[in-house]
Write a protein that binds this ligand. Structure first.
Ligand SMILES: C[S@@+](CC[C@H](N)C(=O)[O-])C[C@H]1O[C@@H](n2cnc3c(N)ncnc32)[C@H](O)[C@@H]1O
Length: 266
């Protein structure tokens, strides 16, 4: 059964605010793989577990049609509120068999029932259609000038505090072990890539990113004042270490992305 941890409207609006799409390097990797397998024009991409649609939106530049699907109505509602992508639609309905050029799941496939997902994916993909399942582990790092590991230690303490309390889901462990189960379930040839990506985030967005973790949301539900205080304390500790006063100041945010790529045989 799917774990339903993304249903709350408040959580979905935080997702819309703090979530970012896949980095360019990852996008290039997926599209390069697809271009070698599937003839142009690329007609249909489906983004399963689309959340508030950041990955779905980036796909619209490369496909005639993009469909985002998510079990959470609140997430889809937020996704639909973003305008400017006429070839993008969101739905919960079935996709016709043999119609999909690319099926993506961004930080989502670890929530799926592996066997059901692979069975469905095999049906909806065209011959030579591709799967790209990507995300990142929980080993994020933050750096700023001469702060050395100090910001990183603060960030790690928060992760530990949340997971000590914890709603520990085996599904999150699944993401961290790079979708091992799915990887082993896919019946056709699979390739896996790991890429560390550095991007700049404001302090506000780096702390906001913690807020969207399902573990943090579980903590917030159980202990609202402690969870809120944890983030406030984290923000002021980071400001203090960086010797800056604005949460708009930028830090380097480093994430280790993984990407499982597979192509359905002809
Ligand atoms: C961590 S969020 C990632 C959202 C988005 N792809 C992103 O990168 O921001 C995981 C999403 O997967 C969705 N999800 C979980 N199980 C699902 C399923 N069986 N079918 C469709 N969506 C699912 C959740 O509702 C949630 O929105």
């Amino acid at each position: 059964m799917t774990e339903r941890l993304f249903e709350e409207k408040r959580h979905a609006s935080l997702y819309q605010k703090y979530r970012f799409g896949p980095p360019d390097e990852l996008k290039k990797l997926v599209l390069h793989y697809l271009d070698k397998k599937v003839r142009f024009p690329h007609q249909l991409a489906v983004d399963l577990g689309c959340g508030t649609g950041q990955n779905s939106c980036t796909l619209t530049a490369y496909f005639e049609q993009v469909v985002g699907i998510d079990v959470s109505e609140s997430q889809v509602e937020q996704a639909r509120a973003v305008s400017g992508f006429p070839n993008l639609s969101y739905r919960g309905a079935a996709i016709p068999d043999g119609s999909v050029d690319l099926l993506t799941a961004a930080s989502a496939a670890h929530w799926f029932d592996a066997e059901c997902f692979i069975k469905e994916a095999t049906h909806v993909l065209k011959p030579r259609g591709c799967l790209a399942l990507f995300g990142y582990g929980d080993n994020m790092k933050i750096h700023y000038e001469s702060c050395g590991d100090r910001l990183n230690n603060i960030y790690e303490e928060v992760s530990k505090a949340i997971s000590n309390y914890n709603y520990t889901s085996s599904k999150i462990t699944g993401a961290n072990s790079k979708l091992k189960i799915l990887f082993e379930t896919i019946p056709f040839f699979v390739r896996i890539e790991i890429m560390p990506i550095k991007q700049q985030l404001s302090i506000k967005n780096a702390v906001g990113f913690i807020q969207i973790f399902s573990m943090y949301q579980a903590y917030l539900r159980a202990n609202p004042s402690a969870a809120t205080a944890l983030l406030e304390r984290t923000t002021s500790r980071i400001l203090e270490e960086m010797k800056v006063s604005s949460t708009e100041a930028k830090v380097d945010f480093i994430m280790k992305y993984f990407c499982v790529l597979a192509c359905k045989p002809e």
